[in-house]
Ligand binder design. Structure first.
Ligand SMILES: [Zn+2]
Length: 91
């Protein structure tokens, strides 16, 4: 499995079990420091742009536009606290 595939796998887990994101090991460094955020433009938005990264090594998945997980609270655009992380690409 490539790093990219591991990040996609981790994203899938986080999306389906957002409450367990804090227990997910980072695909790069294994630290349990992964964060999932959805950036939305209005409080009622149920789609947004994902940011999914590790606070320890500052690697993460590419941003992705899509549906928020059920009951997930999005972050209004401009209020997000997303570090400048390195995106892991398919190559
Ligand atoms: Zn990491």
């Amino acid at each position: 499995m490539t790093d990219y595939e591991r990040w996609m796998d981790a994203f899938d887990h986080a999306w389906h079990q957002p409450q367990e994101t804090s227990t997910l090991p980072c695909p790069c460094c294994s630290a349990k420091a992964v964060t999932l955020v959805y950036i939305i433009h209005s409080v009622d938005d149920r789609t947004g742009m994902s940011a999914f990264w590790c606070n320890e090594c500052l690697h993460g998945a590419p941003p992705n536009t899509g549906h928020l997980p059920e009951d997930f609270i999005g972050t209004l655009s401009g209020e997000e606290k997303v570090p400048n992380y390195s995106v892991i690409t398919p190559d």
